[in-house]
Design a protein around this ligand. Structure first.
Ligand SMILES: Nc1nc2c(ncn2[C@@H]2O[C@H](COP(=O)(O)OP(=O)(O)O)[C@@H](O)[C@H]2O)c(=O)[nH]1
Ligand SMILES: [Mg+2]
Length: 392
């Protein structure tokens, strides 16, 4: 572990130097304001001191080419996962030989930090670092919400930089507010909100049982009741009889016509039949879309050449990696926005942010239960950040 002290006139400058010298993997061990120079307590210069550390392996990696970098990072990751080197052993490598008064102080601080690190003995938990205390709280929260490492880094850096520019304790205490501002910045270039009514056809795709049919019924009710639109249903989910009956029931309750399509010809005929409708909502069969064959099947029955909004429905109870795999399989279709379902069945919402970060698309709706039409919210930056910060 390489440890270094940085001093600068402002916190953002200090952080910039840390990043330049030690790379993005650097961990902030301590940060504080120090005063230098002056005369009888006057004209003292305010400086910001940051003590940062980096694993030499990671630092080396920071200096190597991006191609090499990928290989090395994964090597380091697998090593740390399987070797289970104890934190204590790791830290005993810290070797500081200078003995000036300043360095004694540094050693004392490092020893305090070492005992703190020992306390967090679970290797899967984030390393307990000396971010200002309120920011440590956010760090733990981000870990619990399973935010991606890049998002965690982005928010922690921004928060720390912002935190040090605030002067009043009241402002500093309101880390939620600072976090929310940073989240809004991240979400500002994404598109949110449900059906735009700019395209007649609206299509929901996604794995089995995520809530496509239920959500489509909620969307239909919203279009009819709140937007006074003339709505029709098409279902291409002929895989299970029960699926047709399920949508038929909603169609009857909402007094909406339904066409069942078994082939591309049926589909084309249905679109002509619904020519004078404002919105045509298309339900599809949930399949194991990790298998490419099922994606190809969709093209046998839906004409994706038509102007349509396509929503990918994902349940928030699913695993991040599976969500990513599914999205990638659908790249040939072109996804307009996500719909995230089952927000009521989990308390972890980081995957929403991670998916938006990775694929740079926004969210149409978030659904929060089985009740049609009530349990659905039109998504916005406010809705998403509230769900993450305040929970459901
Ligand atoms: N808890 C919860 N259940 C939901 C939600 N949306 C749908 N469901 C339930 O998930 C199950 C599968 O829904 P369905 O619409 O048939 O999924 P599909 O196979 O994707 O069409 C049903 O029992 C729904 O009531 C939601 O937001 N929260
Ligand atoms: Mg269904």
């Amino acid at each position: 572990m390489k440890i270094k002290k940085f001093t600068a006139g402002s916190m953002p400058d200090a952080m910039k130097t840390v990043r330049n010298e030690l790379g993005h993997e650097a961990v902030i061990l301590n940060s504080r304001i120090i005063y230098t120079g002056g005369f009888l307590g006057f004209f003292r210069k305010k400086n910001f001191e940051v003590i940062a550390a980096v694993d030499p392996k990671v630092e080396q990696d920071f200096k190597t080419s991006p191609k090499e970098k990928g290989k090395k990072v994964s090597a380091i990751r697998s090593e740390s996962r399987f070797e289970k080197k104890s934190i204590e052993e790791e830290n005993s490598n810290i070797n500081i030989s200078q003995s000036s008064k300043e360095n004694d102080l540094l050693i004392k601080e490092i020893n305090e930090l070492k005992s703190l690190i020992k306390l967090s003995n679970s290797e899967s938990k984030p390393l307990l670092t000396a971010y200002p205390e309120p920011i440590q709280g956010i760090q733990n929260w981000m870990y619990e919400q399973e935010l991606s490492p890049t998002l965690k880094n982005r928010f922690l850096t921004a928060l720390t930089e912002k935190w040090f520019t605030l002067s009043s304790n009241e402002e500093k205490g309101d880390t939620k507010k600072i976090l929310k501002e940073e989240m809004f910045k991240f979400l500002s270039d994404k598109h949110f909100g449900g059906v735009t009514f700019t395209k007649k056809f609206v299509n929901v795709l996604g794995p089995t049982g995520v809530g496509k049919t239920t959500t489509l019924a909620k969307i239909a009710a919203d279009c009819v009741l709140n937007h006074k639109k003339k709505v029709a249903f098409i279902t291409t989910d002929t895989y299970r009889i029960a699926a047709i009956d399920q949508l038929k029931t909603y169609a009857q309750i909402l007094n909406i016509p339904l066409e069942v399509c078994y082939s591309l010809e049926d589909f084309k005929a249905a679109t002509i039949k619904f020519n004078h409708y404002d919105v045509v909502l298309i339900d599809t069969a949930g399949r194991n879309f990790r298998n490419k064959k099922y994606i190809d099947d969709l093209f046998q029955v839906i004409d994706f050449e038509m102007e349509m909004e396509t929503f990918l429905v994902l349940a928030l109870t699913a695993k991040q990696k599976d969500m990513e795999d599914i999205f990638e399989q659908f790249s040939a279709v072109g996804i307009s926005k996500f719909i995230f379902t089952k927000a009521d069945e989990t308390s972890v919402y980081g995957s929403m942010m991670n998916m938006m970060e990775k694929f740079n698309i926004g969210v149409a709706y978030v659904t929060t239960g089985q009740n049609v039409p009530d349990d659905m919210i039109s998504a916005s930056s406010e809705v998403i950040s509230n769900l993450l910060i305040e929970g459901y």
